[in-house]
Design a protein around this ligand. Structure first.
Ligand code: THU
Length: 139
């Protein structure tokens, strides 16, 4: 399917505005595209006791799965200090988020890392999580 990376990044940029990150100040937005063309956004949500913090990517995945959407085509991610503006770096998903994505995907989905809508890199999930342990491993 055609994936409009720029459109997905713009959704991630919008989601980053809602980031709740009073402890790290590192604000992340994600936009997850389903194979049926829907977009679920997410931001990171931190906690005063730190460990309950949820990453932007998992927020988006859990929103989608909780609405019965389990097939993903792509995710765009943008993260940096503050709620808006071009970021210093490309924010790659943490190991936990890669594992959560791999629960629902064979590794072919696109992972788009953006500094803004005009500056981004694209990977497949399997490039970011090779030799993954997935539901198929449980035989
Ligand atoms: N974070 C994400 O939301 N996604 C990532 O891919 C990396 C890290 C969040 C978690 C925490 O709220 C803040 O960024 C700093 O680690």
């Amino acid at each position: 399917m055609f994936i409009d990376s720029k459109k997905l990044i713009i959704k991630a940029i919008e989601a980053r505005k809602f980031s709740y990150a009073p402890y790290s100040g590192f604000c992340v937005g994600a936009a997850l595209l389903t194979k049926t063309g829907e977009i679920f956004t997410g931001c990171n949500v931190e906690s005063a006791s730190y460990s309950p913090t949820n990453c932007a990517e998992r927020t988006a995945v859990f929103k989608a799965v909780s609405e019965g959407k389990l097939d993903f085509a792509a995710i765009a991610i943008i993260g940096g200090k503050g709620h808006e503006g071009k970021t210093e770096n490309y924010t790659a998903p943490c190991g936990v988020c890669r594992q959560v994505l791999a629960e629902f995907n064979d590794g072919s989905m696109k992972v788009i890392l953006a500094k803004d809508e005009n500056d981004f890199k694209e990977y497949s999930l399997s490039e970011l999580l090779p030799l993954s342990f997935t539901p198929k491993s449980l035989v």
